[in-house]
Design a protein around this ligand. Structure first.
Ligand code: SF4
Length: 83
């Protein structure tokens, strides 16, 4: 039997780099993991798939996955003429 022990997974430099970049994006957007009153990603025009709990935010300053219950300072209502 081998003595080799599979090492525990640990973050790599790329993970720290991405984490810092995403943190910077989130700070700039004042992104919160909860709604602001009635405003939340789910009812924001930039939330791509409003029927999903997690979806892509296509706001040009974010372009990341966000949660339906999250909120940021760029929240904008879904236009009336949009389905
Ligand atoms: S712009 Fe802000 S509130 Fe709107 S979907 Fe993106 S993260 Fe959510």
């Amino acid at each position: 039997m081998s003595d080799y022990v599979i090492p525990d997974p640990e973050p790599k430099p790329i993970d720290e780099k991405l984490s810092m970049e995403l943190r910077h994006l989130a700070d700039n957007a004042v992104l919160k993991g909860k709604p602001s009153g009635d405003e939340k990603c789910e009812n924001c025009r930039f939330y791509l798939e409003p029927y999903k709990e997690i979806s892509y935010c296509w706001h040009q300053k974010l372009r990341i996955l966000v949660g339906a219950e999250w909120w940021c300072q760029w929240w904008d209502p879904i236009p009336e003429d949009q389905p």
